[in-house]
Every structure is written in C-alpha cells, then in structure tokens.
Design a protein around this ligand. Structure first.
Ligand code: KG4
Ligand code: ZN
Length: 336
C-alpha cells in the first residue's frame, strides 16, 4: 500500500511516500528555521503562512522523488495533533482535499504515535513490547509500547521538555535557535568535568523528569561567570549535555529492565544527539538490551513517520471523515 504522509504540526512542512509502513520512497522536509531564527523561537502566525506557501511544492516534491504519480497513492496520513493549530490546519486541510479529489481514504495521525513509529522505518525494528524514550522540543516521556498504536506512559517531564532545555541554554549562551544541534557540537569540544551540573531527578520519582532546574543552574553559572570565552562555553555545553544525557539514559534503561524488555527505542528530535546515542547504546549493551534509534533525519519532525502509522490504520479499514478537526494538546488516552 502506497501512503502519502503529511506533517505540519510546528515549523516543518513535510511530505513522504512510504510503502507498506516501512519502505521510505521519499521524505521531503522544508524547514522554517531561517524564518523563526531572528525571534529566538517559533512565531505561530509566521509558521502558518510559511506552511501555506510550502505545502504544494513539498507534496509535489515527495511524489516526484518517489518516482510515482499522484493517482498511484492508495491513502493519505496527516498529523492531526498535538501542535500549533494554525500550522496543523494547513496540512490537515490539504490532506482532506487531496484525498477527496483523488477519491482515496485518509487518516489523521497523532504526532507522538508518529515519533514512536519512526523506529519501524529502519531495518531491524524492535519487537513488541519495548520501551521508548520520546525526547523532543515539546515532550520528554517514557512509554511501554505494546503495538503500533498502544503505549502506556511510565514517566514524563514535570516541567520543560529536554529539547526545550537545550533551546533555552543555547539562547543563554547566545547560540541562536534551535539550539540542540549547536550545543551537541559545542559539547564535543568541551570537558564535561569542568562545569558539573546536578543530575536532575536521577534517583527520584521513578521515570519522571525535570529540566527547569538545570536550565536555571546554567543561567546562574553564566551570570556569576560573565567573562566566559568560547572555550568556557564549550565546557558549559559539555557539562549541561552530560547531565541531561545521564538522566535520560539511566531512566530509559531502568524502565526497560523493570518491564523486562530486551529492546528499547529512543525517538524525537533530541534522539539525534550524539552524546545521547553513544551513552544509551553503551550502557544498554552492558545491561543486555538492544537499542533502536532512527537515523538523525528521521528523529526530527518528518512525514515518513506519519505515513508509517497511517498505513496500519488504513490497512485496518479506518478512515477519517470530512468533519474531523485538528487538536492542539496531547490526547488523553483512557487505555494508557
Ligand atoms: O521532534 P522535533 O523535531 O520537534 C518536536 O516535536 O518538538 O524536536 C525538536 C527539538 C528541538 O528542541 C531541538 O533543539 C532538538 O529537538 N534537537 C536536538 C538535537 N537536534 C535537534 N537536541 C539535542 N541534540 C541534537 N543534536
Ligand atoms: Zn516532533
């Protein structure tokens, strides 16, 4: 089954063509980073307008790169929420119109389902059940995943998401937005022992996280050391990254052990972090647990992961209706 995936929940307009939920034939992502960079964060109104400009060329690009024609597509999967309403509406309305025009089924997909299913786009995906750490700009949670759509929350952040903490620390260091990748690169040049930050919630509250404290600790450090040179900045980045990575790695491995899972996954934008990938892989191997992390371009927001979820639901005969609408907040799942 050939599924066209569409994603526009935040500041990336993305489309992908995926066959049978795992074979990625094309994945096009138009980033708006340059648009929002001067503002230090995503400006919702600007994001919506940019999605409107990008949606047609991005979808056409994905179809062309897949080497197919639009009438070969069997179904459409589109992100329905959570995210920015104005942004979501662009992709969602486009998908509705595309499906209606081509007389094919379509389905609204939850963005978090998408991230969790991104591991199925890589060869050798994990068998169910497994434990997944979802780390992005909006979420930091650990789930026990029992099927493509069923996952039970084991823990989550009490305040900031890990990606949000990366972005805020980058802003404090004057490194611009978004900050994750920049801090990751800078951290590689620093010594994590030079500026040591407390590991937040390491032994506390099972699988919950808290990242606002470490963000304030970095801010205090910068205020009390105003003459930091570039070398000091690298040490701060390395110290911050070491603390965040240690907590994330420890908790997801601990969760897999407690659930008796021999496989764990790390997904979402922060899963692209080189420090996190290295530490989780190393420590999980010592515990006899296999680690599944998508390639960096499938960690950040993309439409292939949306098509992956859509495939399973369309195959099960589900189809969205013309009255369906987008939602901004994380959906309450009574079964989770
Ligand atoms: O999944 P994603 O693309 O969008 C959301 O659903 O939020 O995640 C974006 C987040 C941003 O906060 C960004 O700074 C962070 O992922 N990020 C990273 C890295 N690459 C992106 N954080 C740490 N290290 C990275 N290499
Ligand atoms: Zn995301």
């Amino acid at each position: 089954m050939i599924v066209l995936g569409i994603e526009s929940s935040c500041d990336e307009t993305a489309a992908a063509v995926v066959i049978d939920g795992h074979d990625v034939r094309s994945s096009v992502v138009a980033s708006q980073v340059a648009v929002h960079h001067p503002y230090g964060g995503v400006v919702p109104e600007l994001a919506s307008r940019k999605h409107i400009e990008a949606i047609v060329p991005v979808v056409e690009g994905a179809i062309a790169r897949a080497g197919i024609t639009a009438d070969q597509i069997d179904g459409v999967a589109v992100t329905q929420g959570p995210g920015l309403i104005g942004s979501l509406l662009v992709g969602f309305s486009f998908a509705k119109g595309f499906a209606y025009g081509h007389k094919i089924p379509w389905i609204g997909v939850d963005h978090l389902d998408g991230h969790i299913n991104s591991v199925f786009l890589e060869p050798d995906p994990p068998p169910f059940p497994f434990v997944a750490l979802l780390v992005s700009g909006g979420h930091t949670s650990i789930y026990h995943v029992t099927s493509h759509r069923e996952f039970h929350i084991l823990g989550q952040t009490r305040d900031d998401a890990a990606g949000e903490a990366y972005d805020k620390v980058a802003k404090m260091l004057g490194l611009g937005y978004p900050g994750g990748m920049v801090i990751d690169r800078l951290a590689a040049q620093g010594d994590p022992e030079k500026v040591v930050f407390t590991r937040p919630f390491l032994d506390k509250d099972q699988f919950d996280f808290s990242f606002s404290g470490i963000k304030s600790a970095v801010s205090r450090y910068i205020q009390t050391h105003p003459d930091t040179c570039q070398e000091d900045q690298a040490h701060i980045a390395a110290g911050f990254q070491a603390a965040v990575v240690e907590v994330l790695a420890y908790k997801v491995i601990h969760a897999a052990r407690e659930k008796g899972c021999r496989h764990l996954a790390v997904v979402g934008g922060v899963a692209a972090n080189r420090g996190l990938r290295t530490v989780v892989t190393r420590d999980a191997a010592e515990a006899g647990i296999a680690v599944h992390i998508p390639s960096p371009d499938l960690c950040g927001d993309n439409a292939a992961m949306v098509a992956a979820v859509g495939y399973h639901r369309l195959k099960a005969g589900e189809c969205a209706g013309m009255d369906d609408d987008v939602y901004s907040r994380v959906k309450f799942r009574p079964d989770c």
